[in-house]
Write a protein that binds this ligand. Structure first.
Ligand SMILES: Cc1cc2nc3c(=O)[nH]c(=O)nc-3n(C[C@H](O)[C@H](O)[C@H](O)COP(=O)(O)OP(=O)(O)OC[C@H]3O[C@@H](n4cnc5c(N)ncnc54)[C@H](O)[C@@H]3O)c2cc1C
Length: 465
């Protein structure tokens, strides 16, 4: 099938963040798109999202929104977060900025409001049809037919498309079909963390303002576990506790089975949060404790007619705040793939092959960042490293120096996740080595620091190759 044939019938499974952005973009390119979404329409009904009420949106995700012309509209939904505000166990705090450069920050955004915006924009196109409450049950990849539950008739129905996109998240029905239809080789893995997460909420102050610093991502790092908080537009904060389900070495969800143990746990480790959540125990008991995992699979395309995209292809743990950003960047990359190919089948395999090394990289970086957030942010070498990174970023152009965090989050045009990972990890190792050997210190002149760090980084990269 040729890409320039606009009569191609496209079906997308899932109208979440990635599916609705993809549907919108394909409609802008002139295609007829049908989207099946298993949940109700969140614009008219309360939908229990079940996970992460707010998200950190940064440059890679913003690029996806810019592609469809939503860069300005989305700003109204964003709260800038300039850095991490770290809460020590004794109640003292300190700030660690995300960048040494002006105007570089991440944004807290409501998952629901962002999804609604994308659905509204997609709905403006006559060629987009979104059917809610319709769950994809089975997919025949070879014949591109989908069996779904039609909520209007309450019957199972079949749909024949020319192309199928699986944008149906970590539990993707399209990916499950790829696992089943083993006449092409399909590898897949899910790696669970021993930790689960629980969301809690700090309500707005009486006057509607924010009870703790609004423009920061708050972290309470406690070694093997941590609590984080992101601000919402209504003055509230969404807190997420990341904790082992079961542990011999420290506290775990298993230990928090009664009200007294919950209060004791929070009073011991997060005493400054307790006064802000009057119904802490109630929230703790009522909210679910979902697991966290990394999904990798290969290939993302089947028979040249189906493609996985977003979390369906590469769900990652949330510690770099990049899952949605990566899914939006998928759409940007895929859009470019369409420009350089003539046939859909070639575009699918081209995208799958070139994109996967990058999503593998951000999956690994996200796991690394858990250790950094729950542990290292409070350690003295890490603080010195960040001081040096801020100094260099404030003095030099992006092309000369970007920290690993900046390479991932505020990349110079064209820097992929994989390049960010290789360069960033080498730089981190270089700085930590030079600090340990007393070759550099945060008090040194920025030119000397840049010289030493660049030289050591090059050595590390050279040895790797
Ligand atoms: C705790 C937590 C915090 C996070 N924080 C961040 C963050 O700060 N920044 C960030 O960038 N990312 C973050 N993420 C990751 C982000 O949520 C995901 O990467 C993003 O939602 C992926 O979008 P998606 O559309 O691919 O999948 P989803 O958002 O999961 O959407 C999939 C859609 O498909 C629908 N669906 C599923 N199965 C079917 C079916 N069989 N038939 C029809 N429809 C179906 C679902 O109802 C859903 O609407 C976080 C994730 C978690 C769990």
């Amino acid at each position: 099938m040729e890409i320039n044939n606009k009569d191609t019938k496209i079906l997308i499974s899932g109208a979440g963040l990635c599916g609705s952005l993809l549907g919108l973009r394909l409609a802008q390119r002139g295609y007829k798109v049908d989207i099946l979404e298993k949940r109700p329409d969140m614009r008219s009904q309360q939908v229990d999202g079940g996970r992460s009420i707010n998200l950190a949106l940064s440059d890679r995700g913003l690029k996806g929104l810019k592609l469809v012309g939503l860069e300005e509209k989305v700003k109204d939904l964003c709260i800038p977060m300039h850095g991490r505000l770290i809460h020590n166990i004794d109640g003292s705090t300190f700030t660690s900025n995300y960048s040494g450069r002006e105007g570089e920050y991440i944004n807290s955004i409501s998952r629901e409001e962002l999804n609604k915006l994308l659905l509204d924009e997609a709905d403006k196109y006559d060629d987009v049809q979104i059917d809610f409450n319709d769950e994809v049950l089975h997919v025949d990849l070879e014949n591109t037919t989908i069996t779904y539950h039609d909520s209007e008739s309450n019957e199972e129905k079949t749909w024949k498309a020319d192309l199928i996109f699986g944008a149906d998240g970590a539990g993707s029905a399209v990916r499950k079909a790829m696992v089943r239809q083993r006449d092409f080789l399909f590898s897949h893995s899910i790696e669970w963390l021993p930790h689960g997460y629980k969301e809690l909420s700090i309500p707005p102050a009486e006057d509607g303002s924010w009870r703790i610093e609004k423009n920061a991502l708050h972290i309470w790092p406690r070694g093997g576990f941590m609590l984080i908080a992101l601000p919402n537009l209504d003055g509230s904060f969404t807190l997420t506790l990341f904790l082992d389900y079961k542990s011999k070495e420290g506290p775990s969800f298993e230990d928090l089975k009664n009200d007294r143990s919950v209060i004791e746990f929070f009073n011991t480790y997060f005493s400054d949060v307790v006064p802000h959540i009057p119904d802490l125990v109630e929230q703790f008991n009522n909210n679910p404790t979902p697991p966290l995992g990394t999904i990798k699979c290969n290939p993302w395309d089947a028979y040249g007619k189906s493609l996985l995209i977003g979390d369906a292809a590469h769900a990652i743990v949330p510690f770099y705040g990049q899952g949605m950003n990566a899914s939006f960047e998928d759409v940007v990359d895929f859009d470019l793939t369409l420009d350089r190919n003539k046939y859909w089948s070639k575009a699918f395999s081209d995208f799958a092959e070139t994109r996967k090394p990058n999503t593998d990289a951000i999956a690994d970086l996200a796991l690394d960042n858990f250790i950094e957030m729950r542990d290292s942010v409070a350690n003295s070498d890490f603080k010195k490293k960040r001081q040096i990174e801020m100094l260099l970023e404030s003095h030099f152009a992006k092309e000369e120096y970007q920290s690993k965090y900046s390479l991932v989050t505020f990349p110079v045009e064209g820097i992929s996740y994989r390049e960010a990972m290789l360069q960033g990890r080498a730089q981190d190792r270089a700085i930590l080595y030079l600090l340990k050997e007393n070759i550099i210190s945060p008090e040194d002149h920025e030119n000397d620091l840049l010289f030493e760090i660049s030289r050591k980084t090059k050595d590390i990269l050279w040895f790797r190759n």
